[in-house]
Design a binder for this molecule. Structure first.
Ligand code: APR
Length: 267
């Protein structure tokens, strides 16, 4: 099969020899599952003004409207499945003990594909948080039986456990993501417009710390000129092939010892 655009043997070698790899994903990795992105031609924001829905002020003004939007998105997502890109990422994680997955997505599709510990920078649409006690809980019913939902413990309003515009990222998640960006030897940046900070800064943090940074996207982004390579193509096409070739190169499991072993045997 013709290699996907840009997956050269040299690139595979360099990615295979990375002792620590971080993968950063955005809405583009879920696009082939049928989940609309935020800024593409069919993007969600195209239909709604972000300020109307994804801000604390909008929620305070009309919690029912905001919850109806999130319930609509949850129903969209409940009917879709992880696509080959999610599955390829999960395969790489299970074969390599040194891959950290950081996602901006709140759809939960990485976990459904088998990723065991995605760092969820922007929260998770399947969780809610009590506006009084700040405790989080899994939202069982889809669609919601009551809108807006109330905390079963104290009766206060629940909010979606996602990060809204103007809100800080969850401390723990951002610290883990920053550590993963600072300490990796290679970063794959998959399906993000790299326009929303601080997530969009992570590839440049990795680059600044000496990592090989490769993006997978259907088009160029503001970071394309600042990183090592852009594999132009759909994540669902590029990632399965890239992961196959990395695992072939490292003999099926990628960890520092096996990567070195693969190096010596290939000499
Ligand atoms: N394969 C790879 N890339 C794709 C695909 C695909 N099949 N389809 C779309 N893309 C790319 C687009 O070219 C775009 O660069 O995915 C990116 C999606 O960008 P956005 O819609 O801006 O999504 P994202 O980068 O995740 O947005 C970041 O902004 O609104 C906030 O909280 C929201 O987490 C989100 C953040």
């Amino acid at each position: 099969m013709e290699p996907a655009a840009g997956i050269t043997e040299r690139l595979v070698e360099r990615l295979s020899c990375a002792a620590r790899m971080t993968i950063l994903t955005g809405a583009g990795v879920s696009h082939e599952s049928g989940v609309p992105t935020f800024r593409g031609e069919d993007g969600l924001w195209g239909k709604y003004r972000a300020e109307e829905l994804a801000t604390w002020r909008a929620f305070e003004a009309d919690p029912e409207l905001v919850w109806r939007w999130y319930d609509y998105r949850r129903q969209l997502i409940a009917d879709v499945n992880p696509n080959p890109a999610h599955l390829a990422i999960a395969r790489l994680e299970s074969a390599c003990d040194s891959v950290v997955l950081v996602t901006q997505n709140v759809d939960g599709l990485h976990a459904r594909a088998g990723s065991t510990a995605p760092v969820e920078l922007h929260g998770n649409i399947w969780r809610a948080r009590c506006t009084r006690e700040q405790t989080t809980l899994h939202l069982p019913d889809n669609p919601l039986s009551e809108i807006p939902p109330l905390c079963p413990k104290c009766g206060s309003l629940l909010r979606p456990d996602v990060v809204w515009f103007g809100e800080p990222l969850p401390n723990d998640a951002y610290e883990r993501a920053d550590e993963a960006a600072c300490s990796c030897d290679a970063m794959l940046v998959v399906g993000t417009s790299a326009m929303v900070r601080p997530a969009a800064s992570l590839p440049l943090v990795a680059k600044h710390n000496g990592a090989l940074v490769v993006e997978v996207n259907v088009g160029l982004t503001p970071i394309s000129a600042l990183i090592d390579a852009t594999l132009v193509g759909k994540a669902g096409d590029v990632l399965p092939e890239l992961v196959d070739r990395i695992l072939e190169h490292t003999g099926g499991s990628k960890s520092p010892s096996s990567a070195e072993a693969a190096e010596t045997t290939s000499r």
